[in-house]
Design a protein around this ligand. Structure first.
Ligand SMILES: Cc1ncc(COP(=O)(O)O)c(C=O)c1O
Length: 386
């Protein structure tokens, strides 16, 4: 591991704060390291919300365990804790508490269920950086947490991930696994990612994102650039070279992101307030979030009458409209049956996938971005029976 990566790990741990941090090529790799260190294996059951990214399910399947999905509640898009306990069986070994879009999940209640059944909780903070729940920062509740620094997360290293924990024994196990099994990215991959970061900084603004994303997907398909996910990652078998550490360039980019994090977070809080105000003024629905949650939104989710029309029209209007999640195990090309998901398992999540788009909150978005986005949402209209 390089000095820059070690420095990023230390800075990240200090900032959270937590005792140990381990950097990886991607967030999903960090998740895999945590699960492996916890001894998750063949026949074990891991509970998680049925409204996530398939890359969050892969590590469970790679280890031979079974994902068990809990439906969400429709306001914060997080696990509906009323449905959690009934999913617990003698084989349940772990609960994943995902904080979706940056809205904290009901972590107190999840910790309580886990505690009563002797099941540990791991937090997924890939899209929740500095959100707080009852005054405590998300990512410090569970036995461990994983984070993502992929392109559209709160701050980016191009791609990248971190595993954090306060548990000395677990940290020791992660360290051993990394020492024995973690590979370093090739110089070619690290360089390609550096070039991508450069172009990203230069070219990506709310008005250019739609076109840039299309070009990026095309170049990824041609194998010219490093995509967030490869075709092999849409099967539940671990691809060659998956368990990879972080490059120096990612470490330096992560450190830069961390240096600017307070401004970034303050901006995202402001953007949320702006969207709330503009949506309210336009007579559209504004999520009523409990006062004990202070979310830092990585994207601002909003429901529309015709999601497909919205997604098709947005690039032409130079609007940055996102589509998480397209199906309970995003994206839509996921063969969900291979991941133990059958249609109808999580109806609230499935409806959210059909209706929800998301709007930018990042530092390059501003009040004008929000105004144009909300006008567009108003034009599409809200779902009929919401
Ligand atoms: C909720 C959630 N968890 C985990 C991940 C995986 O993160 P990464 O892309 O860094 O592997 C994602 C990916 O977007 C995600 O949305």
């Amino acid at each position: 591991m390089t000095a820059a990566v070690r420095k990023f790990e230390r800075a990240f741990a200090q900032w959270l704060p937590v005792r140990s941090a381990f950097a990886f090529w991607k967030g999903r790799v960090a998740m895999y390291a945590i699960l492996k260190a916890m001894g998750i294996g063949e026949g074990d059951e891991v509970i998680l919300p049925g409204y996530t990214c398939v890359m969050d399910v892969n590590p469970i399947k790679y280890l031979g365990a079974k994902p068990v999905y809990v439906d969400i509640e429709p306001v914060t898009y997080n696990m509906d804790v009323r449905l959690l306990e009934e999913k617990i069986t003698p084989d349940t070994r772990l609960i994943i508490a995902q904080h979706t879009y940056g809205y904290p999940c009901e972590i107190d209640a999840i910790m309580d269920v886990g505690g009563r059944h002797g099941i540990p909780v791991v937090e997924d903070c890939c899209v929740a950086v500095r959100s707080t729940y009852k005054g405590t920062v998300c990512g410090t509740y569970g036995v461990a947490t994983y984070w993502s620094f992929q392109w559209n997360k709160a701050f980016t290293a191009g791609i990248g991930g971190m595993a954090t924990t306060d548990d000395g024994e677990l940290a020791g196990k992660i360290e051993t696994i990394c020492r024995e099994q973690l590979r370093l990215p090739s110089a070619k991959a690290a360089l390609a990612l550096s070039v991508q970061r450069f172009f990203y900084r230069l070219l990506i603004y709310p008005r250019t994102t739609g076109a840039a994303a299309a070009v990026f997907r095309w170049l990824t398909g041609k194998g010219v650039v490093i995509g967030s996910s490869s075709a092999e990652e849409f099967t539940p078998t671990m691809p060659e070279g998956f368990f990879m550490g972080m490059s120096s360039g990612q470490g330096r980019a992560g450190l830069r992101g961390l240096r600017k994090i307070d401004r970034n977070i303050a901006h995202r809080r402001r953007m949320r307030a702006i969207y709330d105000r503009l949506l309210g003024k336009a007579g559209l629905d504004v999520a009523e979030i409990p006062a004990y949650m202070d979310p830092v939104l990585v994207r601002y989710p909003v429901r529309v009458a015709d999601k497909q029309r919205a997604l098709a029209a947005a690039p032409g209007k130079l609007l940055e409209i996102g589509s998480w999640f397209e199906c309970p195990l995003h994206p839509s090309q996921t063969p969900m049956h291979l991941y133990d998901y059958q249609e109808g398992m999580c109806p609230v999540a499935e409806r959210a996938c059909r209706e929800t788009i998301n709007l930018p909150t990042h530092p390059r978005a501003n009040e004008r971005t929000a105004r144009r986005s909300v006008e567009f949402v108003a034009e599409i209209g809200r779902p009929k029976d919401s």
